[in-house]
Write a protein that binds this ligand. Structure first.
Ligand code: 5CA
Ligand code: ZN
Length: 412
């Protein structure tokens, strides 16, 4: 499907240090050393409700990764999916008496608009689950043929992956089996279903049910895809067997990313599926994770409609470190708005402290596991000096505006 429209990204003088990122599997920060063309797959929305600030925060996180790779002269192939068929989408459509396709298309269109307003660089490939079904079904058949999957003997046609076929299962999330079981029940899995070989085995293909949409699965019979195989298939098809970054929120670490890596690795025989498994913290509201199922949402489109500058939202979301779970409050928004106004005033000053010095410091902060709060503090200090007439670099205000645009995605 179509992605959204991008904006020109200014190129900056000089060379940045190598990007270092935290990898959930190795549990530490390691350099990301992609070939000339870096590859990234990020788990996108399930379009049954509008984009909220949690989605925006995760998309901004991976937008920074792309910006830093580009700043280092790499081309980037970025793929994002849309889970445009899955249980929550069908449940919401049924609840509201709406056609699930219309719901998915409307919310996906709104997401594109929000991403454009937030100046997120669009993915090279924006791919829906539905359009990927033939490839997904082929992978499920391949896993069955390799004895890494089985059909449940209850006549439903449901096919499960054998976690026993992935000897390294668990290497990404490092959880105990009890914890995996608990999270799998909470996040779309069915550990207590009868007939499974292992309670942790995830669904690959759901046989057709009355009243549910179904697609031709060849030998699998009609049905629809499981969730984890969707992302494994889309990533493998467009990015090959080893990607530089697999990203998403930390709510996806288990079971989604652990299982999609296990599927991909079993299909290709190559491990790890991603050199860095990168997870963004959860944005919460009133002490709870912002989520469609809980309904405690602040929508990007609602704030935009209220006249909030998307650049202030971006600054608000960047004011906490991407890996920390953090709260969205009125104060976070107000601070973002005030910061944006201060930076805009400073960028129109006639001179300021050294622009090249600030660019180097901002690059240092951001390549250090995306330390955006440190980068914001550096620009704050520069802006404070520039507005009181300190510093005599006449090229600094323009360079700072370009730096903030190219690296933080904030247009002044
Ligand atoms: N379609 C699947 C991924 S394949 C999905 O999780 N969709 S989602 O709509 O629930 O979330 C979209 C993206 O936003 C995911 O990367 C998810 O991890 C992230 N996300 C969801 N809620 C939050 C939140 N409260 N804070 C930060 N990120 C979030
Ligand atoms: Zn995914």
């Amino acid at each position: 499907m179509d992605a959204w429209v991008g904006h020109e990204v200014p190129s900056l003088p000089g060379t940045p240090p190598a990007l270092r990122l935290y990898d959930s599997a190795r549990r530490d920060v390691f350099p990301s050393e992609p070939a000339d063309a870096a590859t990234m797959y990020v788990c996108g929305i399930t379009p049954y409700d509008a984009t909220h600030l949690g989605h925006a925060a995760t998309m901004i996180t991976f937008d920074l990764v792309q910006r830093l790779w580009r700043d280092a002269g790499r081309s980037v192939t970025y793929v994002q999916n849309v889970t445009d068929i899955d249980d929550p989408l069908l449940e919401r459509a049924t609840r509201d008496g709406e056609d699930w396709i219309v719901l998915a298309m409307r919310e996906t269109a709104l997401f594109r608009e929000d991403m454009e307003a937030l100046r997120i660089i669009p993915p090279a490939h924006y791919v829906g689950a539905v359009e990927s079904i033939p490839d997904i079904a082929a992978h499920v058949r391949e896993l069955l043929a390799a004895d890494a999957a089985y059909t449940l003997p209850d006549g439903t046609g449901d096919v499960y992956f054998k976690v026993a076929a992935a000897p390294s299962f668990g290497y990404e999330s490092h959880l105990s089996r009890d914890e995996m079981r608990r999270l799998s029940a909470e996040r779309g899995g069915d550990p207590d279903r009868d007939g499974k070989l292992d309670p942790l085995d995830p669904l690959l293909w759901r046989g057709a049910r009355d009243g549910e949409p179904a697609w031709d699965g060849g030998d699998l019979g009609p049905g629809r895809p499981g969730w984890h195989i969707e992302c494994a298939t889309i990533a493998l098809g467009l990015l090959g067997s080893t990607i530089d970054v697999q990203g998403g929120g930390n709510d996806l670490l288990y079971p989604h990313h652990e299982c999609s890596a296990a599927h991909a690795e079993t299909l290709t025989g190559s491990r790890p599926f991603a050199r860095h498994f990168v997870h963004a913290g959860m944005i919460g509201l009133d002490g709870e994770k912002m989520s469609k199922s809980k309904g405690n949402l602040v929508f990007v489109s609602r704030l935009r409609g209220d006249g909030v500058d998307p650049m202030a939202l971006r600054l608000g979301l960047l004011s906490g470190h991407y890996r920390s779970d953090r709260e969205w409050t009125d104060d976070v928004l107000k601070t973002g708005q005030e910061r944006l106004a201060r930076w805009r005033t400073a960028a129109s000053a006639t001179a300021g402290p050294s622009g090249a010095g600030l660019l180097a410091a901002v690059r240092e902060a951001l390549t250090n596991d995306l330390d955006a709060p440190a980068a914001l503090a550096l620009v704050d200090a520069w802006a404070e000096a520039a507005v009181i007439g300190a510093g005599d670099d006449p090229s600094a205000p323009a360079l700072i505006a370009q730096t903030v645009d190219a690296l933080l995605g904030v247009r002044l």
